[in-house]
Write a protein that binds this ligand. Structure first.
Ligand SMILES: Nc1ncnc2c1ncn2[C@@H]1O[C@H](COP(=O)(O)OP(=O)(O)OP(=O)(O)O)[C@@H](O)[C@H]1O
Length: 341
């Protein structure tokens, strides 16, 4: 559906060249929700501008929905872009138009007759849950409602791809979740391909199927979201995963527990899918005569299933502790010894 082949984007500035994107290769499949995460300056906005044809790459090619976006221009590019919609952090609504008029705007531009527009606008308003607010102006709406208008407007002309530019960054956590659920619902119902850029791992965890992690213009890691959560490779990815697994906060607890029980091993266990529901800890205790102190535990849902992190201290004879770790590894629970006594 989307293919980026060896893309680089170099900006020439007074102070020399800036490589905003460097040698990026990415494929996004039809119907998936693909997230691009990175800190400020990583190159995410440049990537999204390359995807909708607002920027041309310095080298490489961008293909979206079968169209070589990076090499077409004029009418051809305009036509191709009708199938690529976008929603924005600050909504970009027309303030002098009502909700219904904002949603009708792209239909007017596409030359859809008034009667057909009316039916389509009603459908879209129902789809995004804004019934009853048709005649409100953007200034009378909450942030979440404004983004719902942005989503309805983006869907008006039945796009193949929806690009989301930090679409929930201006919203509070609860509203963020409701907008993410709406995007997930639209993806499932319409089979729409969604590419989003964000600096929040929560957004990736909640709705993305796959993720690319960007740092200094490069993609440093890509993979299925569950797999990246379970086995992050790059340091930056580990930091992003810690944002949502809560393990950053467990440092003090680990120090405390080591002061109280200065023997044994502190081990971080990461597990996915139905392993989150198994009584693994009691099995370890019974089978290997070890004691287990729980330091931190967390289970989160992703779009592809549950994912859990548990930090425990395992106390016992070395050989028994090792056997316990071997058992965990054999049932595909990721173990990482983070402190030795
Ligand atoms: N038009 C431009 N001219 C010159 N440099 C640019 C231009 N656009 C982006 N850059 C530079 O390219 C790099 C990547 O910027 P980009 O905006 O793509 O990153 P980002 O990950 O989206 O960060 P942010 O979330 O802060 O926008 C930065 O160093 C930025 O200063």
């Amino acid at each position: 559906m989307i293919e980026l082949k060896d893309i680089s984007k170099i900006y020439k500035t007074k102070n020399g060249e800036i490589a905003a994107v460097k040698n990026v290769n990415l494929t996004v499949h039809k119907g998936e929700i693909f997230g691009i995460i990175g800190y400020s300056g990583a190159g995410k906005s440049t990537m999204i501008r390359l995807l909708n044809g607002l920027e041309k790459p310095t080298s490489g090619s961008v293909i979206v929905n079968g169209q070589p976006i990076s090499s077409i221009s004029g009418n051809k590019l305009r036509q191709a872009r009708q199938k690529i919609s976008m929603i924005f952090q600050h909504f970009n609504l027309l303030w002098s138009r009502t909700v219904a008029e904002n949603i009708a705007f792209p239909l007017e531009i596409a030359g859809v007759p008034a009667a057909e527009r009316k039916v389509r606008v009603k459908e879209l308003i129902d789809l995004v849950g804004l019934s009853g607010r048709e005649n409100a102006y953007p200034s009378q709406l909450s942030g979440g409602q404004k983004q719902r208008v942005g989503i309805a407007r983006a869907l008006a002309n039945n796009p193949e791809v929806l690009l989301c530019d930090e679409a929930t960054s201006a919203l509070d956590p609860e509203t963020t979740d409701s907008i993410l659920e709406l995007l997930l619902d639209i993806n499932k119902r319409l089979g729409l391909t969604i590419v989003l850029i964000t600096h929040e791992m929560h957004v990736i965890r909640k709705i993305c199927h796959r993720v690319a992690v960007m740092e200094a213009g490069q993609v440093v890691e890509t993979g299925d979201v569950l797999q990246v959560f379970q086995q992050p490779q790059a340091d930056i990815t580990k930091n992003f995963v810690m944002q949502v697994s809560g393990t950053k906060d467990s440092k003090d607890s680990i120090e405390q527990i080591l002061a109280n029980y200065p023997t044994g091993k502190i081990v971080k266990l990461t597990f996915i899918g139905n392993k989150t529901e198994q009584p693994i800890i009691s099995q370890l205790i019974k089978q290997f005569n070890v004691e287990v102190n729980i330091v931190h535990g967390n289970i989160s849902q992703t779009a592809s299933g549950p994912y859990g992190t548990l930090i425990v201290q395992i106390l016992g004879e070395d050989s028994n502790v090792q056997k316990a770790l071997n058992l965990l590894n054999s049932i595909e629970i990721q173990t990482e010894v983070i402190e030795h006594a």
